[in-house]
Design a protein around this ligand. Structure first.
Ligand code: AMP
Ligand code: MG
Length: 502
């Protein structure tokens, strides 16, 4: 067995024939490994030493298809900015296969940027170095923050140019995911009214993500509920981290509950519910504060596709009454989403506020909202605002006050917060430390990300590596990390734009 071997076990290829097109990655002229995630490789049971060199570069650029892989392009549809596109699919991605990791969890190994497929719709199927390294940085930051996410295993440059507005160096990203099943995967077969295909897909998703539901007659309703609950927790984590996904189309919403597809995403700097950075999101559909509403809208699209399956588990399946009952049950799940989201949000906010006890939900939610209103009113950096609150918990208020143009506006709120803290314990000496583990100092700030990618474009990977190391220790605050904690100059943030599909 070769040292670069993966122990593939390809359930998607085996069980879901008709849901993909077998397809090989394009050959590229000069593979070079720019990034390799040794920790993740070890988790996957791979030989990190063997892959961290030319042999790995050939594998991760797509030139050497590892033994046991069954590369394929997945079919999916999706609502993009609210409009249905019936045939999207892997236009520049391929699922190589699946590996069961050291914890017994099945993970997809997939390429992004590995060349055109039957789903490319005229696109070149390629990706550029910058956006793929960007996906590494943001994904690893999310992982370090404890937010469910797909992760980058490797980035290999191809030695081939890709043409966007300008010529860019090409790259292939290798991505690891709990699965690549999306809301859009269900929409593909739902739109074609292929009930049997939809059932196979749903049952595959259940076996993979919610195996305990497999025998239940109402398992398809159960699947919808689980997906909604996972998304409620995920979006709450995004909101508490100040993360803006940027392109929450239904094809970018997973069944697993992992964040996927780091395109025009960004972390917010000054707190602003209307913050939006994506150049193509002119209407602000995917603005920061809209994310929970959009998640619910996307889940309603999933619910629609599942109605026939939910009905088929009821008495007199196929009857109008069964359909009506299925609609009512699915609607109840969608209507429960805001409550699940609010509960997850509040749980995260309590941790960020240094609170451990769930005393009065309404009062605590109002306390958190009043704090966010203050940050917004004075344009305070979202991440630093929270972080400096941990200092205030330790009796150092000056760094917090310094973030506010009018610090006196803080007085009333701080008194309220202190009173609330005292309700659970007068002198909780753990609070500042706990708050620093809930409120990061280092996030991948937009200006640092751009700086690192610009250097990488010119062949210098050092800024990328330093930033990567920094975002992997988000809770620490050391002199070396200080430059990564500083907000971007306001002029930079004001014109910051992120781009999609590049
Ligand atoms: P994304 O915005 O990356 O989520 O992609 C949306 C859809 O566009 C997916 O079907 C992608 O496969 C496809 N796509 C994005 N970029 C390219 C490209 N350069 N070539 C072909 N298809 C692409
Ligand atoms: Mg996508």
């Amino acid at each position: 067995m070769s040292a670069t071997a993966f122990t593939f076990d390809n359930s998607y290829a085996r069980e879901l024939q008709g849901f993909y097109v077998p397809w090989n990655p394009a050959r590229v002229p000069a593979p070079q490994l720019l990034f390799f995630n040794r920790e993740l490789a070890a988790e996957l049971g791979l030989d990190a030493d063997a892959l961290d060199g030319p042999e790995g570069a050939a594998v991760f650029a797509g030139n050497t298809v590892p033994a046991g892989a069954a590369p394929l392009a997945q079919a999916y549809a999706g609502h993009q900015f609210g409009h249905f596109a019936g045939r999207l699919g892997d236009g520049r991605a391929l699922l190589l296969g699946e590996v069961v990791d050291r914890h017994g969890q099945r993970r997809d190994i997939a390429f992004k940027g590995s060349g055109p497929t039957p789903f490319s719709r005229g696109g070149d199927g390629k990706a550029a170095v910058g956006p793929m390294l960007r996906e590494v940085l943001i994904g690893e930051a999310m992982h370090a923050l404890g937010i469910p996410t797909t992760r980058a295993l490797a980035v290999a440059s191809t030695g081939e140019p890709v043409y966007r507005e300008v010529e860019l160096p090409g790259a292939v990203l290798t991505r690891v995911a709990a699965s690549h099943l999306r809301v859009g995967s269900f929409e593909f077969f739902g739109a074609r009214r292929e009930a049997d295909a939809l059932r196979r897909l749903a049952d595959y998703a259940i076996a993979r993500h919610d195996a305990d539901l497999a025998e239940a007659p109402d398992r398809h309703l159960g699947l919808l509920r689980r997906v909604a609950q996972r998304q409620a927790r995920l979006i709450a984590q995004w909101m508490n981290a100040g993360f803006i996904h940027g392109v929450m189309n239904t094809d970018n919403m997973t069944i697993s509950g992992e964040t996927i597809d780091y395109g025009p995403c960004a972390f917010m700097e000054a707190h602003d519910p209307a913050a939006v950075f994506s150049a193509i999101d002119r209407g602000g559909r995917y603005a920061y504060a809209n994310q929970p509403l959009i998640a619910r809208w996307n889940l309603a699209r999933l619910a629609e596709t599942l109605i026939p399956l939910i009905a088929s588990g009821l008495d007199a399946p196929g009857s109008d009454a069964a359909i009506q009952q299925a609609v009512a049950q699915a609607t109840a799940v969608i209507d429960a989403f805001p409550g699940w989201y609010q509960a997850a949000l509040l749980q995260g906010q309590r941790a960020k506020l240094g609170l451990q006890q769930a005393l009065d939900d309404e009062a605590d939610a109002a306390l958190a909202q009043a704090w966010l209103d203050l940050l917004h009113a004075q344009g305070v950096d979202y991440t630093l605002g929270w972080r400096r609150l941990a200092d205030a918990a330790q009796g150092q208020e000056a760094p917090l006050r310094a973030l506010f143009g009018d610090p006196s506006a803080l007085d009333g709120w701080l008194a309220r917060w202190r009173e609330r803290c005292a309700q659970e314990d007068a002198g909780d000496s753990d609070r500042p430390g706990r708050m620093r583990r809930a409120n990061p100092f280092v996030i991948p700030r937009n200006h640092r990300v751009e700086e690192a990618l610009a250097a990488a474009h010119d062949g210098d990977l050092q800024p990328f590596r330093s930033l990567l190391a920094a975002v992997r220790q988000p809770w620490d605050e050391t002199p070396e990390l200080a430059r990564y904690g500083e907000p971007a100059p306001a002029e930079v943030t004001a014109c910051y734009q992120t781009f999609c599909g590049t």
